[in-house]
Design a protein around this ligand. Structure first.
Ligand code: AP5
Length: 225
């Protein structure tokens, strides 16, 4: 059974971390618009060049560009059995476009998971986030399991782990403002459609993962052990 999920929440809430785990569990792709844009910046594509300054300011890249990116990605074969969307939609215009796209490929959303985390914890998680510049694996300096590591354990790259350029205090404040103004209204939008599942995303990664699975029992049928 195909499974189409969407993760919604403020920056640093842990959406990407849980989307990755859930997608792996189900054998479906995690589609992160932030990751796609960072790859475009890294590869110095035209979209990447235009997006970089916007991302560095903590603003949203234009709806046209983002809708085109997601449409192309959803049309790839590996999304036929489902997907976990992370970072899209970010506003009502993107949500309407997604709805139209999903209707046209007959792939309705099964659930939208909203992550609830307080702002002090968001600040702590973002300040501690580090990622591998080669494979993108995410770490956190506050995570006891990876305390003190400087290089990626996943791909054994010789490059040092890095901090995202938009993970500085000024840009994070703007990203939170943009979330409150433009993205938070999507919670009520999806609640009205009966799709919303809210989870307490405070606590350890494994605890949040257990809560995520608990609100999606029907979504675990056919999951990998
Ligand atoms: P994007 O990459 O989507 O950033 P974001 O929404 O701000 O989300 P984050 O990646 O910061 O957080 P996350 O919730 O995924 O947290 P994570 O799991 O990494 O977007 C970046 C930019 O791209 C935007 O600002 C915009 O410019 C542009 N963009 C993207 N999509 C767009 C769109 N649709 N339209 C327009 N523009 C768009 O976790 C954070 C840290 O905490 C990690 O270190 C992790 O290890 C740790 N952690 C996770 N869970 C826990 C836990 N339970 N306990 C302790 N630590 C934890």
């Amino acid at each position: 059974m195909a499974l189409n999920l969407l993760m919604l929440g403020p920056p640093g809430a842990g959406k990407g971390t849980q989307a990755e785990r859930f997608a792996r569990l189900r054998g479906i792709p995690k589609i992160s618009t932030g990751d796609i844009l960072r790859e475009a910046v890294h590869d110095k594509t035209e979209i990447g060049a235009r997006a970089k300054a916007i991302m560095d300011r903590g603003e949203l890249v234009s709806d046209d560009v983002m809708i085109g990116i997601v449409r192309d990605r959803l049309e790839r074969d590996d999304a036929a059995d489902g997907f976990v969307l992370d970072g899209f939609p970010r506003n009502l215009a993107q949500a309407e476009a997604l709805s139209t796209m999903l209707k046209s490929i007959n792939a309705p959303l099964d659930a939208v998971v909203a992550f609830n985390v307080d702002y002090a914890e968001i600040a702590r998680r973002i300040a501690g986030r580090r990622s591998c510049p080669t494979c993108g694996t995410i770490y956190n300096v506050h995570d006891a399991g990876t305390l003190g590591i400087t290089h990626c354990r996943n791909c054994a790259s010789s490059s040092l782990l890095v901090q995202r350029p938009d993970d500085n205090e000024h840009t994070v404040a703007r990203r939170l403002g943009v979330y409150d103004e433009q993205t938070r209204p999507l919670i009520e939008h999806y609640r009205a459609q009966g799709l919303l599942r809210e989870i307490d995303a405070m606590g350890a990664i494994a605890e949040v993962e257990a809560r995520l699975r608990a609100v999606l029992p029907q979504c675990l049928e056919g999951a990998r052990a």
